[in-house]
Design a protein around this ligand. Structure first.
Ligand code: FE
Ligand code: FE
Ligand code: FE
Length: 166
């Protein structure tokens, strides 16, 4: 794949991963309002709305890291997030029962969070290795939001969505 050609060093890998998650966050910004519209459960809808707001802040954190590196914020295509979002949209489109659809939307959202958790964990490890101490705190703040969102979705599924759909 052409996107990997210019990656020779850990610095290159850090920048690539930053561009990858920047693309992913911007894709998520577009996907979350659609997921919110498809959801019926009020807590799930509210959760998507809250995370949309958090995601805007996460994009800003990434932009300030780009700026600190002297780079223009730029995304590099992330086929993984495109696939996760596409799969979610296709699956939701095939489900007519509102409660089953909610369960599927929550599961799809967790797949998104897990992708993000892996990328931010890698970025934090690379930032520490490369001596970018000032990037660790904002990246950890975002990672904490992704993990909290994942945990909320697990709780909502267990307490409500799966109970109702069963
Ligand atoms: Fe995010
Ligand atoms: Fe990716
Ligand atoms: Fe997220």
């Amino acid at each position: 794949m052409a996107i990997f050609k210019t990656i020779h060093s850990l610095d290159d890998l850090f920048l690539h991963t930053l561009e990858d998650i920047y693309f992913a966050e911007n894709t998520i910004l577009k996907a979350l309002p659609k997921m919110e519209k498809k959801a019926s459960n009020p807590a799930l809808k509210q959760g998507f709305e809250t995370h949309l707001e958090e995601t805007r802040g996460q994009v800003e954190r990434l932009e300030s890291i780009f700026k600190s590196l002297g780079k223009d914020p730029k995304g590099t295509e992330c086929p993984a997030i495109e696939g996760i979002v596409k799969e979610a949209e296709e699956l939701a489109g095939e489900i007519s029962d509102a409660e089953v659809k909610d369960a599927a939307l929550a599961a799809a959202a967790q797949a998104v969070e897990h992708y993000e958790i892996s990328r931010y964990s890698t970025l934090i490890a690379l930032a520490q290795r490369l001596g970018h101490e000032d990037f660790v705190r904002p990246l950890e703040a975002t990672l904490a939001e992704e993990k909290a969102t994942d945990a909320k979705l697990t709780k909502l599924s267990e307490s409500t969505l799966l109970r109702k759909a069963a």
